[in-house]
Design a protein around this ligand. Structure first.
Ligand SMILES: [Zn+2]
Length: 432
């Protein structure tokens, strides 16, 4: 009697009768034979409604439980099927595991918690499960957690973004709360239809409470925002605008490198080893190599540059004035977001004039986009939406899309993102 209570406690089993324990030599694992207490038997796996027994199902089944020390442990029980009035023939629910799961609830919760705090390798090796399995577990745990909380309550200032996953082939639409920095909603797709499902879930009253929306320049976002929350102030996400400028600068840099490399082909070849003193100069080769190595100096914010990178920029200023102008244009646009609103208005118009006349195609094109979004850019500066908060959540979501590579489906990716960034971290079993 005493012994079965110990086993129940060890495996975190509630509403469960322990029938016996054995050591399975073949599996090298402790197997605890159990059955649900009478009041938990014969219930639908989905809705837990008491339902008539249908058949024996697949007979005995095992659920992986948390290891006991270094020894693996399983819970074994019958898995009969019941005929639910609403859900049809389905496996009966068991108190120790989620429906359709091969692991106990405690095992699931531990894996989900680990997945949000540590590396892929650490989770899979510590828990001895495949990464794909981690994905399924995370999806189950989120279905449970997300179903129990209202994630859309109290939203006033939101950020809408589209994030690519699967090597840029597919997109997620994500909604972030500017005030709490939480990820509140995510769904596959990047279209007006996707975004409308968010506002449908939000409902009319709560939609009306939204005062500010930040987004990248996507037209479909602007369309749905105008349609569903016409009174909200639409702002540009500063980091997206700066990203456009960085992308334009990159185009200029790559073109400059290509041009230099093409010119280098007509220069005399040089053999292996150190060049002789009287070797002919090869300016285009030097330029191509220098540009190739200047990438980080051009990308970084000036205040973060190392001394070497400062030198690199000075070198670009003298050897490739056009590339340097492109750099100044990028930096100029970035600086505008740090100015007080009135100064920013003036600076932005000056910048637009400068970019329009700069004779660098990538930046004249950028000038047209910036002009189109002038008002929403200035809105962002006037209303000071917490850009860095959203940017960091966005960076984390992007990281998660890479980590989630190998999960079976997008639901598992969304689940991991929501559990990690939604403010509802899974709780480790046995702690409050
Ligand atoms: Zn049911």
């Amino acid at each position: 009697m005493q012994e079965t209570r110990v086993w129940r406690a060890l495996l975190g089993l509630q509403n469960t009768v322990v029938e016996g324990v054995e050591f399975d030599e073949d599996a090298g694992a402790v197997v605890v034979h159990v059955r649900p207490v009478a009041s938990r038997r014969g219930r639908c796996g989905t809705c837990r409604r008491r339902s008539p027994r249908f058949d024996h199902g697949d007979g005995r089944r095992r659920w992986r439980a948390l290891d006991l020390g270094t020894v693996q442990a399983f819970v074994e029980a019958d898995a009969p099927r019941v005929a639910c009035r609403r859900h049809g023939v389905t496996v009966a629910s068991v108190p120790w595991a989620r429906h359709d799961a091969g692991h106990t609830r405690d095992f699931d919760d531990t894996v989900a918690w680990l997945a949000t705090v540590t590396s892929k390798t650490a989770v899979t090796r510590l828990m001895r499960v495949a990464w794909r399995t981690v994905g399924s577990i995370v999806a189950r745990v989120w279905a449970d957690t997300g179903g129990a909380v209202d994630r859309l309550e109290g939203l006033a200032r939101i950020g809408i973004d589209e994030i690519s996953y699967r090597r840029g082939q597919q997109y997620l639409t994500v909604i972030v709360d500017h005030d709490s920095g939480r990820l509140v909603w995510a769904a596959p797709g990047n279209s007006a239809a996707t975004l409308r499902t968010f506002f449908d879930a939000l409902g009319e009253t709560r939609s009306a409470a939204i005062t500010h929306v930040s987004a990248d320049g996507a037209d479909w976002i602007a369309v749905v925002v105008a349609e569903r929350i016409p009174d909200a102030v639409l702002c540009a996400d500063a980091f997206h605008v700066v990203q456009w400028a960085t992308a334009a600068l990159d185009q200029v840099r790559i073109q400059a490198w290509r041009d230099a490399r093409a010119a280098a082909r007509s220069e005399p070849k040089r053999g292996r080893g150190a060049p002789r003193k009287d070797a002919p100069l090869r300016p285009a080769s030097t330029l191509a190599r220098g540009i190739q190595r200047s990438r980080y100096a051009l990308w970084k914010n000036p205040e973060d540059l190392t001394e070497r990178q400062h030198a690199k920029l000075a070198w670009i200023a003298t050897t490739d004035p056009k590339l340097y102008r492109a750099y100044l244009l990028k930096e100029g646009l970035r600086t505008i977001f740090q100015l007080p609103h009135d100064d920013a208005v003036e600076a932005l118009d000056l910048w637009l004039g400068w970019a329009r006349r700069c004779r660098i195609p990538a930046f004249t094109k950028l000038a047209r986009s910036v002009k189109k979004f002038r008002d929403v850019i200035l809105n962002a500066i006037a209303h000071r939406l917490s850009n860095s908060l959203i940017e960091s959540v966005n960076a984390k979501i992007r990281l998660i899309t890479r980590i989630a590579f190998g999960f079976k489906n997008v639901d598992a990716l969304i689940a991991l993102a929501m559990l990690s960034l939604g403010g509802h971290r899974p709780v480790l079993p046995g702690r409050n």
